[in-house]
Design a protein around this ligand. Structure first.
Ligand SMILES: Cc1cc2nc3c(=O)[nH]c(=O)nc-3n(C[C@H](O)[C@H](O)[C@H](O)COP(=O)(O)OP(=O)(O)OC[C@H]3O[C@@H](n4cnc5c(N)ncnc54)[C@H](O)[C@@H]3O)c2cc1C
Length: 511
């Protein structure tokens, strides 16, 4: 059989046309699909996911830390200016974005579009913990700046070892160091299972006639003469290749998004690259240890460490079980997805981004060295880092788990060519027919805000007619909560009630 003939046999005759195609079944596509179904129920939506289920990559519960990022504990969202003042503008921005997610999830629960919020969100105090005089002084100033702001109401500060023993006994007991130590605590934090939430949202979308295709990999795309996007999709079950056309495409492929954006050929996707940073956590399932901790406790990143490797010790609630997670330890592999290929990094280098990538490589030698050192750490060396949090941690209680990949965006900015970005980036075509999400921080917690940005960029002509519905789903839509204390209090109370976040110790099973 000649090769051309064989190719023809494998090419399916299937060709379809739809309004929207979402690539990838992670939290981002799940959120965008759910928003669109509420705004324009009659639009036809198809989803293509290369894995067998939704939420299998970064959104999976074991592939991320499950922190509801609201800037309640992450020290890297508040920087100290040279004049000694603490800049809290980033913390405010992230907190406001998180409130948008909380409102949308509450809308979904109130309208019975999803059920049992405790299956994806749990109340959990968020704490920041530092040691050493300088760090304690920073934390105190940070607390003073944040606690005046209504978004951070309820935050407490203590440098009293007895109080800290009450808050974090596992961390404080057997601590021999005489260094000053201090923490802040806020009870309105959360632990979120983004894998469960993604699956809930896709289950809901299925009931709304969204076509979900698992085991389907998008391998190529091009613009057709009639202005549609034509996607080549490989069905790994049947081995066939299908063609699907859509008026609008969202590239929600997580780490896989950069390659797909490059295939689209849109000029907005040129001169951009990606740098993969992998993550490892240590997990403890020993109930005697797990029971002694009930918080997410964020420390300070080590000098030279990227912001996403701030160490933290977290209580996690996964499948009605409580465990402890410590990490992340950063690492390096050239894969862009956990289930990706060793050639991902090299094949992402194209003539248009070669200079950008080379510049980034030259600028980030120390980061690369740091990541390689992290990969080489032995379990005992990782235990030593853990013992900075839990002085008497025992090796036999802790196992290593490999988390997801984060592909950091590299682009040319005012700071120079090949600058590494640590945020998220919506890249869309000028005509709004296609958009991609790159980057991974603050990530899943702000999915609703980021997907609203996609809608605003790609469907400006619909935004006015959608406004009433937007406000029904997200009462603070278009409003700064910080400047509207009454609405903020109302939202805090109603979302906490709907999502079951009034602080209580849940009944859980230990594994
Ligand atoms: C170690 C780590 C810790 C993190 N901690 C937190 C945290 O505490 N809080 C937080 O809010 N965020 C956190 N994040 C970030 C968060 O996990 C991500 O921002 C979020 O999950 C990204 O969702 P997504 O839908 O864009 O991507 P993903 O969940 O990765 O989904 C993308 C999907 O696209 C599919 N796909 C890719 N290419 C193709 C293709 N060609 N065809 C078809 N399908 C394709 C993939 O299989 C995958 O299922 C963390 C991430 C990591 C890695």
């Amino acid at each position: 059989m000649n090769i051309n003939k064989e190719r023809r046999v494998k090419m399916s005759n299937r060709e379809t046309k739809t309004d929207v195609i979402l690539i990838g079944a992670g939290i981002m596509s799940a959120t965008l699909g759910t928003l669109l179904k509420e705004l324009v129920p009659n639009w036809k939506i198809k989803v293509f996911e290369k894995l067998t289920n939704a939420g299998g990559e970064s959104s999976n519960e074991w592939n991320n830390a499950g922190t509801g990022h609201a800037a309640l504990c992450e020290l890297n969202y508040t920087v100290e200016n040279p004049d000694g003042l603490i800049d809290i503008s980033k913390a405010i921005k992230i907190n406001e974005q998180f409130q948008v997610s909380m409102q949308f999830w509450s809308y979904l629960v109130n309208n019975k579009l999803i059920q049992n919020p405790q299956d994806f969100i749990m109340p959990l105090p968020h704490m920041s913990l530092v040691q050493g005089e300088q760090n304690v002084s920073f934390l105190k100033k940070r607390f003073e700046a944040l606690s005046k702001n209504p978004l951070f109401q309820g935050m407490e500060f203590s440098d009293d070892p007895e109080k800290l023993m009450e808050w974090i006994p596992l961390i404080m007991q057997d601590r021999t160091s005489n260094e000053p130590i201090a923490a802040t605590k806020i009870d309105s934090g959360t632990d979120i299972n983004f894998g469960a939430l993604s699956r809930m949202l896709f289950d809901h979308l299925e009931t709304k006639n969204v076509d979900l295709h698992y085991n389907h990999s998008v391998t190529d795309m091009k613009r057709t003469s009639d202005g549609l996007w034509e996607l080549k999709v490989r069905n790994s079950g049947s081995g066939t290749v299908e063609c699907h056309n859509a008026k609008f495409v969202f590239i929600g492929g997580g780490g896989g998004s950069l390659h797909l954006l490059q295939k689209s050929g849109i000029p907005e996707g040129k001169h951009m690259g990606g740098f993969p940073v992998s993550g490892l956590f240590m997990v403890c399932n020993n109930p005697d240890v797990v029971e002694q901790h009930h918080a997410k406790v964020y420390g300070k990143a080590k000098v030279g460490a990227p912001p996403m490797s701030v160490p933290h010790l977290d209580t996690r609630f996964i499948d009605n079980k409580k465990s402890l997670l410590f990490g992340p330890f950063a690492g390096f592999t050239p894969k862009f997805l956990k289930n990706g290929s060793m050639f991902d990094l090299i094949t992402s280098v194209k003539p248009d981004n070669l200079v950008t990538m080379l510049a980034a490589g030259a600028k980030n030698m120390s980061l690369t060295k740091y990541l390689i050192q992290q990969v080489m750490l032995s379990k005992e060396q990782r235990m030593e880092e853990l013992r900075e949090f839990i002085p008497n941690a025992k090796s036999e209680d802790w196992d290593l788990v490999v988390a997801g990949q984060r592909v950091q965006v590299i682009k040319d900015t005012e700071a120079g060519k090949g600058t590494l970005q640590f945020g998220t980036e919506v890249v869309s075509a000028a005509d709004g027919s296609i958009a991609a999400l790159l980057g991974a921080s603050p990530g899943a917690s702000t999915a609703v805000h980021v997907m609203l940005e996609v809608l605003e960029k790609c469907f400006p002509e619909h935004i006015n007619e959608w406004e009433t519905k937007m406000k029904e789903m997200i009462p603070s839509y278009g409003i700064s909560l910080m400047d509207n204390r009454e609405l903020l209090n109302e939202i805090h109370t109603s979302t906490a009630k709907t999502l079951g976040l009034a602080e209580k110790e849940p009944e859980l099973v230990f594994s």
